[in-house]
Design a protein around this ligand. Structure first.
Ligand code: IMP
Length: 179
């Protein structure tokens, strides 16, 4: 275990099993179609990479980067597009892939933005859902795990850009968050 980690919330095996189930569910739901997975950088990168390898229908992917938290652990509610999609989503079956839905503000913005581009359908897939801090009601179609109100890192999620490479989801020791 990484020396900065206080506890592991979800281990590698739990994550892999759940990601496999999500892939199977998406495969079943979109039989006969192809899908466009829109990964939200950078947090969803590792989740998306594992998820698409468990999907057995034609799958395309694209990425968007948005700013949400800056360097802290509190959502500002201000969303800015840092990198936009490479191609049009018009007429495509789009699934937005997020690492975590916390306040929901980022996803609310992304959903509105994506809807205006005219996809054939639009769904949301998130690895983690932290419902305690939700500020806006967001429809989540595929959710990996519901977690308590704790700031987590690993499997793509960061604290000040660190710990994304941990293969599990963990809570850091309090002194690390204080810097
Ligand atoms: P929201 O707009 O509050 O829902 O925040 C969504 C974004 O905040 C996520 O995509 C993450 O990048 C970041 N975030 C929220 N909670 C956590 C956490 O516990 N650990 C790491 N990043 C988080």
């Amino acid at each position: 275990m990484h020396p900065h980690v206080e506890k592991i919330l979800l281990n590698e095996q739990q994550i892999q099993e759940r990601v496999k189930q999500l892939g199977q569910q998406i495969t079943a739901d979109y039989q006969g179609e192809s899908i466009l997975m829109v990964g939200i950088l950078k947090g969803a990168m590792i989740f998306l990479a594992d998820l698409v390898r468990n999907i057995e229908i034609p799958t395309f992917f694209d990425f968007m980067a948005v700013s949400s938290y800056g360097a802290g652990t509190v959502s500002s509610g201000v969303v800015r597009i840092l990198k936009d999609l490479d191609k049009s989503v018009e007429g495509k079956h789009v699934i937005i892939v997020e690492d975590i839905v916390d306040t929901g503000l980022t996803l609310q913005y992304l959903l509105e933005n994506m809807k205006s581009r005219g996809p054939a359908s639009l769904k949301v897939c998130t690895l983690l859902d932290k419902p305690d801090r939700r500020k806006v009601d967001i429809p989540i179609d595929y959710n990996g795990f519901r977690i308590p109100d704790e700031f987590v890192v690993g499997y793509g999620l960061d604290f000040n850009e660190r710990y994304r490479n941990l293969p599990y989801i963990a809570v850091l020791k309090p002194e690390i968050y204080k810097g």
